[in-house]
Design a protein around this ligand. Sequence first.
Ligand SMILES: Nc1ncnc2c1ncn2[C@@H]1O[C@H](COP(=O)(O)OP(=O)(O)OP(=O)(O)O)[C@@H](O)[C@H]1O
Length: 259
Amino acid sequence: MPPLLQLDHVKKSFLQPNQGLLGRKKISVINDVSFSLYQEQCLGIIGESGSGKSTLAKLILGLEKPDSGNIYFNGFDTSQRAWRKSSIRRDISAVFQDYNASVNPYFTTAEIIAEPIDIYQKISTKERQKRIDSLLEQVGLDHSFYHRFPHEMSGGQLQRICIARAIACSPKFILFDEAVSSLDISVQTQILSLLADLQKQLNLTTIFITHDLTTITYLCDKVIFFYQGQIVEQVDNISQLSQVNHPYSKQLLESILGF
Ligand SMILES: Nc1ncnc2c1ncn2[C@@H]1O[C@H](COP(=O)(O)OP(=O)(O)OP(=O)(O)O)[C@@H](O)[C@H]1O
């Protein structure tokens, strides 16, 4: 079976800001990144701050265009014009770190969750209500949350709403960009456990971008170590994590093992 997601020699650079128009230099942020992700796999991408993780996420989600190289989703080249109108795009979803910025503060929970449903699916009001309740239940919340506004919820509850929205149209692939990093440790654990359950129940293919290796060991089958815009090491079976070779991967591993 072909990979669901494939990156082929992807490069991205940005003009350095505030250097004056003539002296502006390009800095390379993503440097020749290639990897494949197969259906129902969960890939962890770990890298330090500024290593280019969010830029990589934006490239995968189509929010940025690569300077060179290609990104294929289900065999479809996402740089092609036809991709924009393709219904396969609906199979891609995302959850971001900043749950407050990810929602409209004037929307109720039901309106937030229904955003993708209202765009992509024509269903009756009754069906829509039932679907929202079922999504609330899937993320561990009950009907009492239906009419709440974002400011009436905790960070963990609001992130659950963002997860409900992300799965509302049954995507095949979800990218989580530091999705638990801003939550308290105990809430992080609850959300990670929810994500592990959803991954199994919905047969999802996922990428989990984080700076925390513990999160990756909890959820992921494979891991990419990302350093200064490059893949420095890839472990295809998480049970072989202890065999990493690159100094950066070793340093991260030692930090969680408490050497
Ligand atoms: N639109 C942009 N224009 C110019 N430079 C950018 C742009 N987006 C990102 N960068 C630069 O690219 C580099 C990588 O940024 P990115 O946000 O991808 O890193 P990151 O690994 O996600 O960091 P963090 O974990 O701190 O969010 C940084 O030096 C950043 O300043």
